[in-house]
Design a protein around this ligand. Structure first.
Ligand code: C2E
Ligand code: CA
Ligand code: CA
Ligand code: CA
Length: 279
C-alpha cells in the first residue's frame, strides 16, 4: 500500500515531463516554421445581413507544417500564446494582411476590411503600435482596411491599460472589434469608454439560438446594446438558416459562418474579390 502513491507520482511526473518536452519541441518547430515561411492566412468572408454583400473578412492563421499537413490554430495557438512566439506570429499576420491588401488594391479588386486576431500578450507588448505603424507606412494602404480583433477577456483583464492602447491604435486609423463577446465579463462602464467599431457575438451563443430561449435573449440584448453604443454587430459561427433568419430579423449587421463560407485560401478569396462570387 505504501508503494502505490510513489509509483503513481513517478508516473505522473514522467507524464508531465513528456508533456513539457512535447511542448518545447512544438515551440521550436513553430519558431522554425515562422523563419521558413510555413504560416499562411485563410480568409473567411463576412456578409451584410440586409443585402448579402461582402463587407469584410477575417484572417485566420494556418501552419503548413509539411506539404501534406495543414495545422489548424487549435494545434498551435495555445502553445504560441504561452511564449513570446505569439508576438512574432501576430506581427507577421498584421504585416501579411497589410501586404495582401496592398496587392489586392494594386490589382484593382474590391477592398474590404480584414479582421486580424490580436492576443493578450501582443496587447501588453509595447511593439504593437510600432508594428502597425510600419506595416501601414510600408504598404500605404488605408488604415481602415485593417481591423484588430481583441477578445473581450483581453480587453477586460487590464481594461485601463487596454483603453490607452486602443486609443493609440484608433489614432492610427485602424478598426477595432471586440471578439468572442459574451464569453468574458464585460463591464459596461468600460465598454462605453473603449473606442470600438464592432462587436462579435461568440459562436457559443449563435449555436443554440433557435432552441435555447436564454441564448436568444442574450443575442437580442447584445444587438440592442451594441447598436446603442454605435457599434456594428457581427455574428460568428452562423451555420443554419434558422440562426441566420433570427439574426437578420433582430437587426444583426454582419454574418460570418459556414452557412455562407468557410475560411478560404488566398487564391479562392482573391477570386471572390475579383468577381464578387464564391467558387
Ligand atoms: P476566433 O477568432 O473566434 O475565429 C473564429 C473561428 O471560428 C475560426 O476557427 C473559424 O474557422 C471558426 N468558424 C467560423 N465559422 C464557423 C462556423 O460556422 N462553425 C464553426 N464550427 N466554426 C466556425 P479557426 O480558424 O480554427 O481559429 C480558431 C481560433 O484560433 C480563432 O478563434 C482565434 O482565437 C485563433 N486564431 C486564428 N488565427 C489567429 C491569429 O492570426 N492570431 C491569433 N492570436 N489567434 C488566431
Ligand atoms: Ca476572431
Ligand atoms: Ca471570435
Ligand atoms: Ca470564438
Amino acid at each position: 500500500a505504501k508503494a502505490q502513491p510513489r509509483a503513481s507520482f513517478q508516473f505522473w511526473s514522467s507524464a508531465i515531463n513528456t508533456r513539457m518536452h512535447d511542448r518545447l519541441a512544438l515551440e521550436m518547430a513553430l519558431r522554425q516554421g515562422l523563419r521558413e515561411g510555413q504560416f499562411v492566412l485563410y480568409y473567411q468572408p463576412q456578409f451584410d445581413f440586409q443585402d448579402g454583400r461582402l463587407v469584410g473578412m477575417e484572417a485566420l492563421m494556418r501552419w503548413q507544417r509539411t506539404p501534406a499537413q495543414l495545422v489548424q490554430p487549435g494545434g498551435f495557438i495555445e502553445v504560441a500564446e504561452e511564449s513570446d512566439l505569439i508576438v512574432d506570429l501576430g506581427a507577421w499576420a498584421l504585416r501579411e494582411v497589410a501586404r495582401q491588401q496592398a496587392d489586392w488594391l494594386r490589382a484593382g479588386h474590391r477592398a474590404v476590411p480584414v479582421g486580424v486576431n490580436v492576443s493578450a500578450r501582443q496587447c501588453l507588448n509595447r511593439d504593437l503600435v510600432q508594428v502597425l505603424r510600419l506595416a501601414l507606412g510600408e504598404t500605404g494602404i488605408p488604415p481602415a482596411l485593417l481591423r484588430l480583433e481583441i477578445t473581450e477577456t483581453t480587453a477586460m483583464t487590464d481594461a485601463d491599460q487596454v483603453i490607452g492602447l486602443l486609443c493609440e491604435l484608433r489614432a492610427l486609423g485602424v478598426g477595432l472589434s471586440v471578439d468572442d463577446f459574451g464569453t468574458g465579463y464585460s463591464s459596461l462602464a468600460y465598454l462605453k469608454r473603449f473606442p470600438l467599431d464592432e462587436l462579435k457575438i461568440d459562436r457559443a451563443f449563435v449555436q443554440d439560438l433557435a432552441t435555447d430561449s436564454h441564448d436568444a435573449a442574450i443575442v437580442r440584448a447584445t444587438i440592442v446594446l451594441a447598436h446603442g453604443l454605435g457599434l456594428k454587430v457581427v455574428a460568428e459561427g452562423v451555420e443554419t438558416e434558422a440562426q441566420s433568419r433570427f439574426l437578420a430579423e433582430h437587426g444583426c449587421d454582419t454574418a460570418q459562418g459556414f452557412l455562407f463560407s468557410r475560411p478560404l485560401p488566398l487564391a479562392a478569396v482573391t477570386r471572390l474579390l475579383q468577381r464578387g462570387e464564391l467558387a
